[in-house]
Design a protein around this ligand. Structure first.
Ligand code: AMP
Length: 229
């Protein structure tokens, strides 16, 4: 990868559409995505030692330790960096100031060649809650495609309760229940201002996009803001 190659940090509340926009970027631009949430859910599904340890944390909407997440992301980034690709998305990372600082140190020290872009998803809490209550994901740990049960959504599955991509059943995420969602949203808001303050302090521009619009429109806005033609 070289300096034209981008690393986009997708920062936004649950239900903002970070995963869905990542899908567009993968499909249309050939980018790669690391969703820390997907990676952790895969560990839970495979019942690894780590998976057993984090299961309850994730179900209850709390955050997994910074140290653990930082190590995972660093490993993944180094691997992708050595393989090369046009763009990379970190979806749901960084989520805390400690993660943002660790990532920044890594970039300053070892990954100077890459262009870092912070993309903030702006969306009302109620829109996010409505999306999450209608959200389904593919239960296949290697797929985890996201669908919506909302009537007019372009993300409805073609077949009832089956994944378009791999035909596995789709279902609810354990942390997408109303009681947990409100905590996840307030946790996000609590850390968001620290993250924005940090990026402002180090002089990194934060690109803001309107995540309340349709995914197709959001993708077009994203490309314009990122100067992608
Ligand atoms: P997500 O799929 O991004 O909504 O993440 C699901 C859950 O995984 C979160 O509620 C956290 O418990 C955990 N998680 C994902 N990313 C992170 C992160 N960067 N830091 C800490 N915990 C995370």
């Amino acid at each position: 990868m070289s300096r034209e190659h981008r690393v986009a940090l997708f920062i936004g509340p649950p239900g903002a559409g970070k995963g869905s926009l990542s899908e567009y970027c993968k499909r249309e631009l050939g980018w790669k995505q690391l969703s820390t949430g997907n990676l952790l859910r895969r560990h839970i599904s495979e019942q690894t030692e780590l998976g057993k340890h984090i299961d309850l944390i994730i179900k209850s909407g709390k955050l997994v330790s910074d140290e653990l997440i930082n190590t995972m992301v660093e490993q993944w980034l180094r691997e992708v960096y050595s393989q090369g690709c046009t763009g990379v998305i970190l979806d749901g990372y960084p989520r805390t100031i400690a993660q943002a600082k660790a990532l920044n140190t890594l970039f300053e020290r070892d990954l100077k060649a890459l262009q870092l872009n912070v993309v903030r998803f702006l969306v009302d809490d109620q829109v996010a809650i409505d999306r999450i209550s209608a959200r389904f994901i593919c239960i296949n740990k290697d797929c985890q495609a996201v669908y919506s049960g909302l009537k007019h959504s372009s993300m409805r599955p073609k077949e009832d309760m089956a994944c378009d991509k791999c035909q596995s059943p789709i279902g609810k995420r354990k942390d997408d229940h109303e009681s947990v969602v409100k905590d996840r949203l307030s946790m996000y808001r609590k850390h968001e201002s620290d993250l924005l303050h940090f990026y402002q302090k180090i002089g990194l521009k934060v690109i803001e996009c309107d995540a309340g619009q349709s995914m197709g429109n959001l993708f077009n806005e994203f490309k314009t803001l990122m100067n992608i033609h």
